[in-house]
Design a protein around this ligand. Structure first.
Ligand code: HEM
Length: 516
């Protein structure tokens, strides 16, 4: 996940710097005052010239695109705010040049065929989703994240975790998540149908516990306090303050790693490190199979990090455990919350799913037959698109007729495909049946990008489908889902990033009515 700074951050940071300069100056002799202020103004002027030069990149290449500004952090906020909708209207060509996260040039690609080419055929030249400073805001564990790792190390990490998402393992995971539902029902469902709850918060409580129970072998029923603390600390990670994150990113990487500077409180860092070590130790004792024990099957020495074909270092295990929470909790909760919200507006859709679920049991094989639920998940991710994709060029190359330099980024905003009549008839209508006979095609679908495509696509796609299907099936057996108090219409809600968390521009309240 990329970090998107908020509008206030840049002016706030400059204000902070200026304030420090003035305070320093006040405490010192007048001559020093002038020297400090003159140095500040000189540095600011040089910075300004440097940024302005950087913002000439696309103009020099003759690639069209909007004018960047400081307020927009290049073109970051305006592009991501509406997932490139306005950009597409203003610049309807195949390739548009913008600047993201300040001065990084990014070529926005609109054609899904070209994007697929970047991710699959040209993967050898686009092996990462970027090497920006934001990737390292988790401190010294950051380079070990699967999302950040590169080359043979990335391959080793990815192949080590792959068996966890196999069909056989998913069967056990189904049992675990089904079991979790009863506990969740007691603890988190409202006691009456008048109580409105926020769909995202409700779904996040579930997704965190589903990952804990199925991935880390921590049963939230038996470890309530730990699960609650994890939720609290995970929320801190998702609420990372933009100002703090940018300050952290300004420090050179080597210094950040040496001092283990993170964008979130040290206590949260220590909490996660301790919990993961305990899980590894506990897994060894009980012999219970889970994601952590799978990674801990072959622990290698730090010196083997670049040469080993199998296994993980202790640091890498900790990093994956963190990134699974980070990459998995909010994404799963986001899809689930949009799905629940859509259901609350469509009682007839609830009835249709209920009838199909009634014909089977909720095992892995049973739910596999309810393909319509897969179609609903795909439609949810199409209608409420919230993700975007980035790749960084490892070498100079040509994409969509544009010469792309090593180090520049390619950006794909799938909403431009998901909500386009060129690919989906009546794109603004929520209709899961549009995926009839194409329900299970997730990583290969030409025009659907819920989990990405190519070797860097989400490794947990099958887990996510299983978890969401089990949860929704259980909910609909027991409850009617209703719109909450003052709920907006489905077409009034848009996804937004706030820090690293996906939120919506309007809240999505829902209610539950127990079925007889
Ligand atoms: C509905 C839930 C989820 C959605 C929508 C989602 C979506 C994505 C997307 C779009 C990507 C990037 C693909 C690309 O750049 O082409 C990704 C990567 C990734 N996801 Fe997920 N994800 C979900 C759940 C999970 C879960 C539960 C986990 C972990 C247990 C997870 C772990 C990862 C990891 C580690 C990567 C990086 C893979 C790599 O770089 O090799 N995701 N995910």
């Amino acid at each position: 996940m990329e970090f998107i700074p908020s509008l206030q951050d840049i002016p706030e940071l400059s204000k902070d710097l200026l304030k420090s300069a003035v305070f320093y100056a006040k405490d010192n002799a007048p001559r020093k005052t002038y020297i400090v202020l003159a140095s500040f103004c000189g540095a600011a002027f040089l910075g300004y010239i440097w940024v302005k030069q950087k913002w000439k990149y696309w103009e020099r290449k003759g690639v069209p695109g909007p004018t960047p500004s400081f307020k927009d952090i290049g073109n970051t906020r305006s592009t991501f705010r509406d997932h490139g909708t306005q950009l597409g209207k203003d610049y309807p060509m195949d390739a548009v040049g913008i600047y993201i996260f300040g001065v990084t040039p990014a070529l926005v690609i609109r054609d899904p065929v070209i994007w697929k080419e970047v991710c699959v055929k040209k993967f050898h030249n686009f092996t990462t989703s970027g090497r920006s400073s934001a990737n390292y805001m988790f401190g010294k564990v950051s380079p070990d994240f699967l999302t950040v790792a590169e080359g043979p190390k990335w391959k080793r990490l990815r192949s080590t975790i792959a068996p966890f998402f196999s069909g056989n393992n998913l069967k056990d995971i189904c049992l675990i998540i089904n079991d979790l539902f009863d506990y969740f029902d007691d603890k988190f469902f409202p006691k009456d149908e008048l109580t409105s709850m926020d769909a995202k918060e409700f779904a996040s409580n579930f997704s965190l516990r589903a990952i804990l129970a199925s991935g880390f072998a921590i049963n939230p029923k038996e470890n309530e306090e730990l699960a609650d603390d994890l939720y609290k600390h995970a929320s801190i990670l998702f609420e990372i303050d933009g100002k703090q994150a940018m300050k952290t990113m300004m420090l050179p990487k080597w210094l950040r790693f040496k001092l283990n500077v993170t964008s979130y409180p040290h206590s949260t860092d220590v909490f996660f490190r301790n919990v993961i070590s305990d899980i590894i130790e506990n897994g060894k004792k009980t012999g219970k199979k889970n994601l952590i024990s799978l990674m801990a099957e072959k622990i290698i020495d730090d010196s083997e990090e670049l040469t080993a074909a199998k296994g993980m270092t202790k640091g890498e295990i900790l990093a994956q455990a963190l990134i699974f929470q980070f990459a998995g909790q909010d994404t799963t909760a986001t899809v689930l919350s949009f799905f629940l919200f859509a259901l609350s507006h469509q009682p007839e859709l609830q009835e249709e799913i209920r009838e199909l679920v009634a014909q089977t049991d909720l095992s892995y094989d049973g739910l596999k037959k309810v393909k319509f639920l897969d179609a609903c998940i795909k439609e949810t991710q199409r209608y409420f698109t919230f993700l975007f994709f980035l790749r960084e060029a490892d070498e100079d190359c040509e994409i969509a007729g544009v010469k792309v330099d090593k180090g520049s980024s390619i950006l794909f905003l799938p909403k431009s495909v998901h909500r386009s009549a060129d690919y989906y008839p009546n794109p603004d209508v929520f209709d899961p049946h549009r995926f009839d006979n194409n329900e299970s095609n997730t990583l290969q679908d030409d025009y659907w990008f819920g989990f990405g495509i190519g070797p860097r696509a989400c490794p947990a796609v099958r887990w996510a489908f299983v978890a969401i299907k089990i949860f929704i099936a259980n909910v609909l057996i027991k409850y009617d889902v209703l719109p909450g108090e003052d709920a907006p219409g489905m077409d009034e809600v848009n996804a937004r990033f706030r820090g690293t968390k996906v939120t919506t521009d309007k809240p999505m309240p829902i209610r539950f009515r127990k079925r007889a």
